[in-house]
Write a protein that binds this ligand. Sequence first.
Ligand code: DLZ
Length: 161
Amino acid sequence: MATKNLSEYDLASVPSAEQMKFGIVVAEWNYEITGALAQGAMDTLIKHGAKESNIVLKHVPGTFELPLGGQFLAEYTQVDAIILIGCVIQGDTRHFDFICDGVTQGTTDLNLKYNKPFIFGVLTTNNEQQALDRAGGRLGNKGDEAAVTAIKMVALKNELK
Ligand code: DLZ
């Protein structure tokens, strides 16, 4: 059997999300940005076949609460993947670092604890403009990317299990 050349893999193609169930947890802090990211994620999931009735959308106060919000969804719903959406903007104090550390480690832990994709849809920026640029502005919408990542990870799990 001929070995498939790695360059033949179509990295741009996205599997169908028709049979998949998703959770989206959105931080209320910087909602002008996180709301746009969540909308991008929702639109992209639906564009790739997910049914709106198979998407559970919940809010938490801030980015720091995202891992626990995600854990609630993993425990109490039947979703295949959970997208965590937040935006932390650098300020004058070290709060930024603590929130970023907490949400990053928390998300990593959830992925491995539940054997389920928890997607890191968190912007960590120096200022508001950098966040706006990535929430539907000149650099696209990172919510779209988070949704595609969720679909690809669920498809990979379904293929292997
Ligand atoms: C307190 C705080 C600060 C200063 N900045 C942000 C931020 O930029 N983005 C964000 O999502 N949340 C922020 N928070 C709130 C924390 O995430 C958290 O909700 C509180 O510390 C309570 O646990």
